[in-house]
Design a protein around this ligand. Structure first.
Ligand SMILES: Nc1ncnc2c1ncn2[C@@H]1O[C@H](COP(=O)(O)OP(=O)(O)OP(=O)(O)O)[C@@H](O)[C@H]1O
Ligand SMILES: [Mg+2]
Length: 301
């Protein structure tokens, strides 16, 4: 029986519970998918089980490659035993292809023939998890937890003007500036400055020792997966990082599951196996089948 005291966080898709050993926690995944900053939300039978299996498979694979994570082991069908971390309010995105919100910020990468632009060198980006509240809601922009922004400014699935969820972080001379995440990037016109969450050495470490190797390992693993539509292209992915409470080490934490990336068999956007099918309103059965398939495929790594 879990008591209220044991719950560290009750999030949109997971509940984090104190583990029995000090410095550990249990990530329990709900049978829920969310999209559009949780403007869209639905329940899917067994999806928590498939997502848990995916994260366990992926973190076990990364462990074999020597990447340190917060993951200890799978705890039950829908939960993982992890090291508890002091999470940083960041989403770290790595991209092989220009797609999704990237094209909104950088429309010049949009190709006329509709095929995605391929980055020779993986492109890395940081986003802040705290939303920005700006004009016309206020003269002095400030940051707010996404949940609080949602309670105040999401009405019938539509955000009020002036709310910027997951703002893009542009780092210049060690200072961190926030820009709209889903509008054209205009240099020198940030929404606001935000305190730097990592120093220069830590930024380098995060990019070169975590984001890039992790992307390459997973891209390679997917490249070896043959489906009826061809090999699977890893288009982009998101990770979160935190400092493990046991040793203060900065590691990849949270989860990597089918919500975390775009994966396209045969490099075809219409064949996507990831959460995009939910965002696009595909039938529930098809969505669950895709999550199950990804759990099975990552199990071979
Ligand atoms: N190992 C960990 N130790 C402590 N907290 C963790 C760990 N892994 C994940 N978390 C945190 O658990 C919280 C709950 O997860 P969930 O994904 O449901 O949250 P959320 O509502 O989507 O919010 P967020 O946008 O912060 O992810 C997240 O804030 C995440 O950062
Ligand atoms: Mg989350």
């Amino acid at each position: 029986m879990k008591t209220k005291k044991d719950v560290i966080t009750d999030g949109k898709t997971k509940t984090i519970i104190k583990g029995e050993q000090p410095g550990t926690c249990v990530l329990e995944t709900k049978d829920i998918l969310t999209g559009g900053d949780a403007a869209k939300r639905a329940e899917f039978k067994d999806i928590g089980k498939w997502k848990t299996t995916q994260t366990a498979n992926i973190f076990n694979y990364l462990k074999k490659k020597g990447v340190e994570t917060s993951f200890i082991k799978q705890f039950s069908d829908n939960s993982l035993l992890c090291y508890e971390c002091e999470m940083l309010p960041l989403e770290l995105v790595s991209r092989r292809f220009a797609w999704g919100s990237f094209l909104k910020r950088m429309p010049k990468f949009k190709k006329e023939d509709g095929t995605p632009y391929r980055f020779e060198q993986i492109r890395t980006e940081f986003f802040h998890k705290k939303s920005v509240i700006a004009a016309p809601l206020t003269d002095k922009p400030y940051q707010l937890e996404e949940g609080d922004a949602r309670n105040l400014y999401l009405k019938d699935g539509v955000w009020e003007k002036g709310v910027y969820t997951d703002p893009y972080i542009h780092i210049e001379n060690g200072r961190w500036y926030l820009y709209p995440g889903k509008e054209t990037f205009v240099q020198n016109q940030p929404l606001m400055e935000t305190p730097a969450l990592l120093n220069k050495e830590e930024v380098n470490h995060v990019v070169n020792e975590l984001m890039l190797p992790i992307f390459k390992y997973l891209e390679e693993a997917w490249d070896n997966v043959e489906t009826k539509d061809g090999k699977v292209a890893l288009v982009d992915m998101k990770i979160e990082i935190g400092r493990r409470k046991v040793d203060n080490k900065l590691v990849i934490a949270d989860v990597i599951d089918n919500d975390s990336w775009r994966i396209w068999p045969g490099a075809d956007p219409k064949k996507q196996l990831d959460k995009q099918c939910f965002r696009d309103g595909h039938p529930a059965g098809e969505i669950t089948e895709k999550y199950k398939l990804v759990a099975e495929l990552t199990g071979k790594w």
